[in-house]
Design a protein around this ligand. Structure first.
Ligand SMILES: [Zn+2]
Length: 82
């Protein structure tokens, strides 16, 4: 038996979460309360996630580009041993 948070009587209570707080509420108290609350309130959703942009932007790595126009070096053997 738990003391009902509403009527203060020791009854079989259900744990109800209202407005982020947990209450032990017996069914006798809960039923009229549920009727009152019916159609009100909002569906509980996950805490709104706010995605803030990172304070420091990711460093962009400059990809090393191959130097343009550079002819490939050809290492030719010059001169055979004679
Ligand atoms: Zn009660």
């Amino acid at each position: 038996m738990i003391l009902c948070d509403l009527c203060g009587q020791a009854k079989v209570c259900q744990q109800k979460e209202i407005d982020g707080k947990e209450y032990d509420i017996c069914s006798e108290c809960w039923n009229p309360l549920a009727e009152k609350l019916k159609g009100k309130g909002r569906t509980k959703k996950e805490r709104e996630m706010v995605f803030l942009p990172p304070v420091t932007p990711e460093p962009k790595r400059e990809e090393p580009k191959p130097a343009p126009g550079e002819p490939p070096k050809i290492w030719g053997r010059t001169g055979r041993p004679q």
